[in-house]
Design a protein around this ligand. Structure first.
Ligand code: CU
Ligand code: ZN
Length: 530
C-alpha cells in the first residue's frame, strides 16, 4: 500500500511537458507511481484530493540567504508557503562556514552573531548542525568565497599570498568534500571586491572534481554588466566548472533596455562552448546592504577618518555619486529617491523612506546622508528600484533562466518583523505562476520547469525537480487560478496565496497548517560525482 496519494490533480511534470490529469502515489520518500486519468487508483494510507488543482515538483530556490535561518526559524515560513521545498544557501560570497563567514550570515537575518552558537570549525560541522535543526524544507549549500577569504586573510585589501591562496583552495575542497554544491562569489562586496579574476580561477579549480557550480554575484549589473558576465563565463571556461550568473538583470539608466542584448551575449558564448546558466527574481528592484554604495577603498568603520580629511571626503563623495574608474556605484544612473531603507538599527521611523527623503528631512546632502546612516548602523539595508519592468519580463520569458528568490525563509513575527524587506522573500514563485503566467509572459509548464528540473539538474540536487517514478517526492499542490503573491514593497510580510500543500520527501509539511518539518541537508557527495 502507498503512503500518500494525491488524486484528481493536473500534473505539471517539471520537465516542460504538457499538463495532464492524473494522480501521483508516494511510497516512503519517493514517487512510486504516476497515473493517468481513468487509470485505477492504488490504495494509500493518506489521500489528498486536489480537484481542479495542479501538482508539480516542489520549487527549488538556488539563490537563497537562509544560511542560519533554521537555527532561529526552522519552519522557514516565507519560503515554505511559496511551495519551495529546497533552498540553496551560501550565495553572493557569504556562507556560514568556514566560521569567519558566520557573523555576516547572521546579520543578513538581523540576528546578532553573539545570540547564536556559531561554534563550528569546518563546513562538515556546519552542515551537521544545520541538519540537527530539522528544517521544514531541504537546504543545500555553496561555499562563499568571501567566507574563504575572511578565514584565510581577514579583510585585507590586496591579492593573497601564495600560502593564503592555497589555504582558500584547501578550505573550498574541505567544503566540497563535506557536500557543498559549489562556490559563490560576491564581487561587489568586501572582501570579494578585492579578488582578481586570477584569484578566483585559482581557487575554483577545485570545483570540477566535485561537480561543483561556480555561482557569482558579478562585478557590476549596470553599465559594467557586459564585462561582468564575460568574466563569470571566463572563470567557468578557465576552470572547467559550470558557471552561473546570480540574479541576472540590467540596472540603472546606464543599462536599461539592454536585457535582450545581454541574453544575446550569453547565447553567443554558449555557441562558442561556454557552460553558463543564470537565475532571476521577478521584481524590478534589488535589495542589498547600503555599504555596497561605498567603493572598495572605504568601509563604514573608516568613514569618520575618511570624512575628517576634506580632500578624501570630496573624493569619496564623488565616487559614491558618480562611480570611479573600474567601479560603478549602485546609485549612479539612478537617483537617491529610488533607494529606500529596509532596516536601520534603532530608527524605525526611517524604514520605508528613501535616501532622498531622509536627506531632505535632515536638510542634508544625500551622499552625506548615506555616510551618516552607515556610521550609525553599518548594516543598514536598502532596496533599489533600479530595473525596468520590460527588462525583467524579457529575462523571465526565457525558458533557460531559473526563478530564484535571493530571499530568506522568514516570518512576520521573526527577527526581520520590523524591516521593510523585499517582497521576494514571500512572493517570488507565486508571483511568476500568478501574474506573469496570467499575463502570457510565459506558459505555466515553462514557469514550473524554471523552478524545478532546471535548478535541480544544474545544482546536482539528486533525483529531484520532476514528477517521475523513482524521483524524490518533494511536491507542491497549488491552485493555478488563484496562486499569486500578496507581498508588496509597502507591505512585504504577507504570505502568498493559492499554495495548498507542500510535501517534502513524502511527508506533508504544510497544508494550510504546519504539520511536520521534513527537510534535511542535501549533500553533493551523496551520489557519484560527474
Ligand atoms: Cu544574493
Ligand atoms: Zn547577490
Amino acid at each position: 500500500m502507498l503512503d500518500l496519494l494525491i488524486a484528481g490533480a493536473s500534473i505539471v511534470d517539471g520537465l516542460g511537458g504538457p499538463t495532464v490529469p492524473g494522480f501521483v502515489g508516494v511510497k516512503s520518500d519517493r514517487i512510486a507511481i504516476v497515473g493517468g486519468e481513468g487509470q485505477s487508483e492504488p490504495e494509500a494510507a493518506q489521500r489528498i484530493t486536489a480537484m481542479g488543482h495542479a501538482i508539480s515538483p516542489g520549487f527549488i530556490d538556488v539563490h537563497n540567504h537562509s544560511d542560519l535561518v533554521p537555527f532561529v526559524e526552522p519552519w522557514m515560513d516565507s519560503m515554505l508557503r511559496q511551495g519551495v521545498t529546497t533552498v540553496v544557501v551560501g550565495n553572493c560570497g557569504t556562507s556560514a562556514a568556514p566560521p569567519a563567514g558566520a557573523a555576516e550570515a547572521a546579520e543578513l537575518m538581523n540576528v546578532r552573531p553573539d545570540q547564536l552558537d556559531l561554534s563550528w570549525q569546518t563546513f562538515a560541522q556546519y552542515l551537521e548542525r544545520l541538519d540537527a535543526c530539522r528544517p521544514a524544507i531541504n537546504v543545500a549549500a555553496l561555499v562563499g568565497h568571501g567566507a574563504l577569504r575572511r578565514q584565510a586573510m581577514g579583510m585585507e585589501r590586496r591579492a593573497p599570498t601564495a600560502d593564503e591562496l592555497s589555504e582558500m583552495r584547501r578550505l573550498l575542497a574541505e567544503g566540497l568534500d563535506a557536500g557543498a554544491v559549489g562556490m559563490s562569489t560576491g564581487l561587489i562586496y568586501a572582501p570579494g571586491i578585492h579578488a582578481s579574476t586570477d584569484e578566483i580561477v585559482e581557487i575554483a579549480q577545485e570545483l570540477p572534481r566535485y561537480g561543483g557550480v561556480y555561482a557569482s554575484h558579478i562585478r557590476g549589473e549596470g553599465a559594467p554588466v557586459f564585462d561582468a558576465v564575460a568574466e563569470c563565463i571566463e572563470i567557468g571556461r578557465r576552470t572547467g566548472a559550470p558557471s552561473h550568473i546570480s540574479h541576472l538583470k540590467v540596472e540603472t539608466s546606464r543599462a536599461w533596455g539592454r536585457a535582450a542584448e545581454l541574453l544575446a551575449l550569453i547565447d553567443s558564448e554558449r555557441e562558442r562552448g561556454a557552460d553558463v546558466s543564470a537565475d532571476q527574481y521577478p521584481y524590478a528592484a534589488w535589495e542589498s546592504s547600503l555599504s555596497s554604495c561605498l567603493p572598495a577603498w572605504a568601509s563604514p568603520e573608516e568613514l569618520p577618518a575618511l570624512r575628517s580629511d576634506p580632500a578624501t571626503h570630496e573624493r569619496l563623495r564623488t565616487a559614491v555619486q558618480r562611480g570611479e574608474e573600474g567601479w560603478q556605484c549602485c546609485a549612479d544612473g539612478l537617483g537617491w529617491d529610488r533607494i529606500v531603507i529596509v532596516g536601520h538599527a534603532g530608527s524605525d521611523e526611517l524604514t520605508g523612506r528613501s535616501i532622498q527623503q531622509v536627506a531632505e528631512d535632515r536638510g542634508a546632502d544625500p551622499v552625506d546622508t548615506v555616510f551618516d546612516l552607515l556610521m550609525a548602523d553599518p548594516n543598514t539595508s536598502v532596496i533599489g528600484h533600479a530595473m525596468l519592468e520590460e527588462d525583467v519580463r524579457t529575462i523571465l520569458a526565457r525558458d533557460d533562466v531559473m526563478v530564484a528568490s535571493d530571499g530568506l525563509g522568514i516570518s512576520p513575527d521573526g527577527p526581520m518583523a520590523g524591516f521593510n524587506v523585499h517582497p521576494r522573500y514571500y512572493g517570488t514563485f507565486p508571483r511568476v505562476l500568478g501574474r506573469y503566467v496570467a499575463e502570457g509572459v510565459l506558459p505555466l509548464e515553462t514557469a514550473v520547469k524554471k523552478m524545478t528540473s532546471l535548478p535541480a539538474d544544474r545544482f546536482a540536487l539528486g533525483n529531484r525537480g520532476r514528477i517521475h517514478e523513482g524521483a524524490v517526492a518533494d511536491l507542491v499542490v497549488f491552485d493555478p487560478a488563484s496562486v499569486t503573491d500578496r507581498a508588496t514593497f509597502g507591505a512585504p510580510h504577507l504570505y502568498a496565496e493559492g499554495i495548498l500543500a507542500v510535501i517534502v520527501a513524502g511527508r506533508v509539511v504544510w497544508d494550510g497548517e504546519p504539520r511536520e518539518r521534513a527537510g534535511r541537508v542535501i549533500r553533493r557527495s551523496e551520489w557519484p560525482y560527474g
